[in-house]
Design a protein around this ligand. Structure first.
Ligand code: FE2
Ligand code: FE2
Length: 169
């Protein structure tokens, strides 16, 4: 049986994962509005990934005979100075999510809750990938800053991203 503290924190995490999906969908819309359909696609796929993360926690709680609780959240940020600003904001958000996963891991380890630790190990690895993805595109955007040709080339590259459910252990 999971402790109430752990259940509450996992439910809180489900909220953050769905919020992340919402945030990235708002960035997709920002990109579409700025004639960047490739970036729009990339963010839509990212939102799919975030919903997958949320559902992973949801199924975990329900499979442990606990109840996943869906919570509401505030509106995501809607406007950005430019696409670089959106990626800088995203990277900070991902760092925050990583700190949340570490917080959950601290509790799970304190309670010697090995099944939750195993689940969270997957998320620790996933966050490394998430921060790397956002960080790499942010640094590419900085390098091509002011170069429209470079921006449109990157946009075409990001148009090819498709949602593949991450491999789970
Ligand atoms: Fe996530
Ligand atoms: Fe993420």
């Amino acid at each position: 049986m999971l402790s109430k503290k752990l259940i509450d924190e996992i439910n809180e995490q489900i909220k953050y994962e769905f919020f992340s999906a919402h945030l990235y969908l708002s960035m997709a819309s920002f990109a579409a509005n700025n004639d960047l359909p490739g970036f729009e696609n990339w963010f839509i796929v990212q939102a799919d990934e975030e919903r997958f993360h949320a559902m992973k926690f949801y199924h975990f709680l329900n499979s442990r005979a606990e109840k996943a609780v869906l919570k509401g959240f505030d509106d995501p940020k809607e406007n950005y100075d430019d696409i670089i600003d959106a990626f800088a904001y995203s990277l900070e958000h991902e760092k925050f999510v990583s700190s949340r996963i570490y917080h959950l891991m601290d509790i799970a380890q304190e309670e010697k809750e090995y099944a939750t630790i195993s689940l969270l190990n997957w998320f620790v690895d996933e966050q490394v990938e998430e921060e790397d993805n956002f960080g790499r595109i942010l640094s590419q955007l900085k390098k091509i800053s002011g170069n429209e040709d470079g921006l449109f080339r990157l946009d075409r590259e990001l148009a090819t991203r498709v949602f593949v459910p991450p491999v789970t252990p």
